[in-house]
Write a protein that binds this ligand. Structure first.
Ligand SMILES: C[S@@+](CC[C@H](N)C(=O)[O-])C[C@H]1O[C@@H](n2cnc3c(N)ncnc32)[C@H](O)[C@@H]1O
Length: 279
């Protein structure tokens, strides 16, 4: 089954609701916010700045693949950010993004595929790709567009999951891991992308820094990891591998572990920041 996010304009309303909820749940998690702030601090966006000439030094930021806008909203509130544009191919997700950000005057949204941006060259100081590139067939094309819309010297920040390592297992042959095994191909185009990220950025003409690893473990209150168990169980039903009764039992097992304090879920994320050359 192809990645739901890569065919976002073809999915049914129920699937769209589910992915929209998963985005908001995961972006609201304090661990997730810490990872976001951590790599954004590499760009200095957590600090306000006055240009030496007295002009505007705060950044104009583009988030490609903004979905419901959860990350764009955080970006728009940072002291070093003047304005944020969130771009996504899904008009339905952008409707949600607009209503969730209606009080922010420095945030706007644009319906666009990141591989074909209707934006002028050198228009942004910063481009952010948060959990997007691993969903996009042809990530090189999207990176070429990010490079084009960045001003010379502008910064790119990429954050994605090393999704081949997602785990819900607490031991060998753990049945909950079958949910992960089904989730990965149904929701991620390239679960190994993070491992090729430095080479991909080099190929797109960026100069990159050090790849940073961010561990995300959910044990108590595992809102996001439960969405993976649920979506994986449903993917097994959709693929005809199991019946609904077993899917419901897998979901119930995940919740039993939460109430018994034996639940464990982990995703290894990674971030990499890079610069467009000034010459
Ligand atoms: C996992 S969601 C991440 C959303 C948001 N960045 C966040 O972290 O909350 C992936 C997003 O990538 C978007 N997407 C998929 N293909 C895309 C493409 N070719 N160009 C831009 N965005 C794309 C999807 O519509 C979806 O909103």
């Amino acid at each position: 089954m192809p990645d739901v996010y890569a065919m976002i304009n073809e999915v049914d309303e129920a699937t769209l609701d589910q992915v929209a909820q998963a985005m908001e749940i995961s972006a609201a998690d304090p661990q997730h916010l810490d990872m976001l702030r951590d790599y954004l601090s590499d760009l200095g966006l957590d600090k306000g700045a006055e240009a030496p000439t007295g002009g505007e030094a705060r950044a104009r930021v583009l988030e490609i693949g903004c979905g419901t806008g959860a990350i764009s909203r955080v970006l728009a509130g940072l002291p070093g950010v003047r304005e944020v544009v969130g771009a996504d191919p899904s008009a339905a997700l952008l409707d949600r993004a607009r209503s969730l950000s209606s009080t922010r005057s420095n945030l706007s949204f644009l319906q666009a595929d990141g591989r074909d941006l209707p934006l002028p060259e050198a228009d942004f100081d910063v481009v952010v790709l948060h959990r997007v590139l691993s969903h996009v067939p042809g990530p090189q094309t999207l990176l070429a567009q990010a490079h084009r819309v960045l001003r010379p010297g502008g910064r790119l920040a990429v954050f994605d999951g090393d999704y081949s390592t997602i785990t819900l297992a607490t031991g060998p042959t753990d049945p909950l891991q079958t949910c992960v095994d089904a989730f990965i191909p149904a929701y991620i185009t390239d679960p190994w992308l993070v491992r090729r990220l430095p080479a991909l950025l080099d190929g797109a003409g960026f100069t990159h820094g050090r790849l940073r690893s961010h561990g995300f473990a959910q044990i108590e209150d595992p809102g996001y990891m439960l969405t993976i168990a649920d979506r994986g169980a449903e993917a097994l039903v959709a693929a005809g591998r199991i019946g609904q009764a077993l899917a419901d039992a897998l979901k119930a097992e995940a919740r039993r572990r939460v109430s018994d304090h034996t639940f464990f879920g982990h995703i290894a994320y990674a971030s990499l920041t890079a610069r467009r050359a000034t010459g």
